[in-house]
Design a protein around this ligand. Structure first.
Ligand code: MG
Length: 219
C-alpha cells in the first residue's frame, strides 16, 4: 500500500486517490501555450505511481521528454463532500512538496487527439513526494514558497500566492464532484520553469522546513 510520512512523529499514512490540478499558475500556462480555464483542470494519478525518497525515479521507455513539475501537495485528513471554502482547511491534515512528473511528448500527443492524459501522468514513479508536515506548520497556505534545484541549479521557484485557484477553492471543487477521503493527496499545480530530466539527475525539493531529494535511475 503506498504511504507517506506525516512528521514529526513519522506515522505512516496510507494513500488513497491522488488528485492533481493542472494549469494553476499563469506563467506555466503561458509557457505551454495553454488556455486559462474557468474551473480547475482536474486529473488523477494511480496510487501505485507514488514514491517517497527511498526510491529512484524511473523514466518510462515510451517517452523521450519527461518533465519535472514542482508542486505543493496536500494530504486530506478528514472526509468531506461539498465542502464549503470557509471549512476547507479543516480537511487538510498535512502539507508536502512533490513532483508531478509528466511525459510531455506523450501528453501532447494524447491531448491533440482529445484522449485522457493518464499514460503521460500515471506511469511508475510519476508522483514523487517529500515527507509531510502538519497543516498548522503553514499558517497561511496562500503564502508558501517552494523550489526545485536540478544538479544544484535552480530550475523552479513557486509561490502559492500566484495560484489561480486557491487551496480552499480546490478542496471545494474536488469535493463537489466526489467525496474526499482521509489519505487522499492533492497536487496543486506547477509554476513555470518545467523542463526535461535525464538519467543521473539529482532533484532537490524545498518548501519551508521540508526538503526531499530524488535521483533519476540510469537506464
Ligand atoms: Mg502538474
Amino acid at each position: 500500500m503506498p504511504s507517506i510520512n506525516l512528521l514529526p512523529d513519522h506515522p505512516r499514512v496510507d494513500v488513497g486517490t491522488i488528485y492533481c490540478i493542472g494549469r494553476n499558475y499563469i506563467k506555466h500556462i503561458q509557457e505551454l501555450e495553454n488556455e486559462v480555464n474557468a474551473e480547475p483542470v482536474l486529473f488523477l494519478k494511480p496510487a501505485a505511481s507514488l514514491i517517497t525518497q527511498h526510491r529512484e525515479i524511473e523514466l518510462p521507455a515510451f517517452s523521450a521528454d519527461v518533465h519535472h513539475e514542482t508542486e505543493m501537495v496536500l494530504l486530506v485528513g478528514r472526509e468531506g463532500r461539498n465542502v464549503a471554502e470557509e471549512h476547507a482547511l479543516h480537511h487538510i491534515a498535512g502539507v508536502g512538496v512533490g513532483l508531478d512528473l509528466t511525459a510531455r511528448d506523450t501528453q501532447t500527443a494524447l491531448r491533440d487527439k482529445g484522449l485522457p492524459w493518464t499514460v503521460s501522468k500515471g506511469f511508475e514513479t510519476a508522483a514523487c513526494v517529500s515527507d509531510f508536515l502538519p497543516r498548522q506548520s503553514f499558517p497561511d497556505l496562500s503564502d508558501v514558497r517552494f523550489a526545485l534545484q536540478v544538479n544544484g541549479v535552480q530550475r523552479q521557484e513557486g509561490d502559492t500566492s500566484l495560484m489561480i485557484f486557491s487551496v480552499p477553492r480546490i478542496v471545494a471543487f474536488i469535493s463537489s464532484i466526489v467525496t474526499l477521503l482521509p489519505g487522499d493527496l492533492i497536487f496543486t499545480g506547477t509554476p513555470h520553469g518545467v523542463a526535461a530530466i535525464a538519467p543521473g539527475d539529482r532533484l532537490d525539493l524545498t518548501m519551508g522546513e521540508l526538503s526531499a531529494t530524488f535521483t533519476v535511475r540510469h537506464a
